[in-house]
Design a protein around this ligand. Structure first.
Ligand SMILES: [Zn+2]
Length: 103
């Protein structure tokens, strides 16, 4: 028998944004509840591998700002009882969760 577990997370349960450097393996976890110095994420603080801003000038600056702002705004607005008619969760993809149970 194969059991598949689905994982869900509410917007208000997202605590931090994590960046893992694919070059040196450094990890950075930044709480999303406060202000984020996006310019500090342009490159890895350990090895200088470009992260949010590429040498070409292309950048994910705006997308990351918008994503964090939208998560925080959604979490705040979902707290109000006027939206009490539903619960909103994001489904997290996790292909490693397939579990085979011997019977
Ligand atoms: Zn690095």
């Amino acid at each position: 028998m194969t059991v598949q577990a689905k994982k869900f997370i509410a917007p208000g349960d997202v605590a931090a944004m994590r960046i893992d450097c694919t070059r040196c393996g450094a990890s950075l976890s930044i709480p999303i509840s406060g202000s984020i110095r996006i310019d500090r994420l342009y490159g890895c603080p350990n090895c200088n591998e470009p992260w949010l801003k590429l040498p070409s000038g292309a950048s994910l600056d705006l997308e990351v700002r918008n994503c964090v702002a939208a998560l925080n705004e959604l979490a705040q607005r979902l707290k109000h009882k006027e939206y009490g008619g539903f619960n909103l969760h994001l489904e997290v993809r996790d292909e490693t969760q397939a579990l085979t149970v011997e019977k």
